[in-house]
Design a protein around this ligand. Structure first.
Ligand SMILES: Nc1ncnc2c1ncn2[C@@H]1O[C@H](COP(=O)(O)OP(=O)(O)OP(=O)(O)O)[C@@H](O)[C@H]1O
Ligand SMILES: [Mg+2]
Length: 314
């Protein structure tokens, strides 16, 4: 994510078109808003459009506006969202869903900075920065003839690839703590912490719905817990089950087994650096020592199986 944030700062200063690619719930809209907020256009409108939510004709007239009489029900001239976004930023979400006709019009906005209202005869100029997002693989849509290659090149002047949460598990403790504070405050719930066992489950789960799913899990736990801390039993059952499901790491193990395996794995990933391992787990180093003592986890490079490990870095 550091690479993404660094890129956000750099592209914010320009008016280049940005294409944000990532799975659902990875924070594409948040990133688009961050780019706008850090740009010289920050005090002008940020106009989001979800292209997957609207039927083709509706989307076209939403984006480009229409003139009176363009179609049944077009009783007055109407401005489109690109006009609303003039001097600001238009966030074109789920751009992979857009029809060929709208693709052609989008290309025109990007190339000529011009739009034409539906049913209108005149084109006029708009000054809009476009940030597009998609959770589809545009390459395969292009190969299937469903997305224009020229539009793709125009959109992807700068491409931001947002990694799924399971590929950046080290962010989970930070995000979980952030959401905990946020929902505890919003609901006036005196919940202040996540137990190491619960955190280990959060870090081990694969989060197909990414940050949005994690956010909902923490919100739910804050609402449900009868304690001042979030415990494993406060987490969504699927989060606990997936981690201990057959075939998953920690298969057929108790919570104790899951925690043990997970802590061992993190220690290994941290190359036996306890400070880093504690950071990755989102717990204090003291807590790590307590956990390893309680569960009999070895802190050294040599595991019970006797295989050699790298020398400890601490
Ligand atoms: N880095 C982050 N820190 C805190 N919250 C985040 C972060 N990234 C995303 N979120 C939160 O996660 C949720 C999902 O983010 P967002 O709507 O931006 O995702 P998305 O990629 O646009 O998802 P979709 O593809 O489903 O539209 C939002 O509630 C957002 O506030
Ligand atoms: Mg979105």
């Amino acid at each position: 994510m550091h690479a993404v944030f660094e890129l956000i700062a750099r592209v914010a200063a320009t008016r280049s078109t940005v294409l944000i690619q990532g799975e659902t719930g990875t924070g594409k809209e948040l990133i688009a808003r961050a780019i706008h907020a850090a740009s010289p256009r920050a005090d002008r409108p940020f106009v989001p459009v979800d292209c997957s939510a609207l039927a083709e004709g509706v989307l076209e007239s939403e984006l480009f506006g229409h003139v009176k009489g363009a179609f049944t029900g077009a009783v007055i001239d109407k401005r489109g969202l690109f006009e609303t976004a003039h001097a600001g930023t238009c966030f074109v979400d789920e751009v992979g869903e857009v029809s060929p006709c709208v693709q052609a019009k989008l290309l025109r906005v990007l190339q000529e900075h011009e739009i034409k209202r539906v049913g209108g005869t005149d084109s006029f100029g708009v000054d809009v920065r476009v940030i597009a997002a998609t959770n589809r693989d545009l390459g395969s849509l292009i190969a299937a003839g469903r997305f224009r290659e020229d539009l793709f090149y125009r959109l992807s002047v700068v491409t931001l690839q947002v990694p799924p949460l399971r590929e950046r598990r080290e962010d989970i403790p930070l995000l979980a703590a952030h959401f905990l504070g946020m929902y505890a405050a919003a609901n006036a719930r005196p919940v202040s912490d996540i137990t190491p066992e619960a955190m280990a489950l959060l870090v081990a789960y694969d989060w197909p719905g990414n940050i949005r799913e994690l956010e909902h899990a923490v919100e739910r736990a804050v609402a449900l817990t009868t304690s001042s801390v979030v415990r494993p039993e406060d987490l969504p059952p699927k989060c606990v089950e997936a981690v201990s499901a057959p075939g998953a790491p920690g298969s057929a193990l108790s919570l104790r087994g899951v925690v043990t395996r997970h802590v061992r794995r993190v220690l290994r990933e941290a190359r036996w650096n306890k400070k880093l391992a504690a950071q990755l787990l989102g717990i204090h180093r003291r807590t790590l020592y307590r956990l390893t003592k309680r569960y009999g986890i070895s802190l050294s490079e040599r595991e019970p199986d006797g295989r050699d490990r790298r020398a400890p870095t601490e």
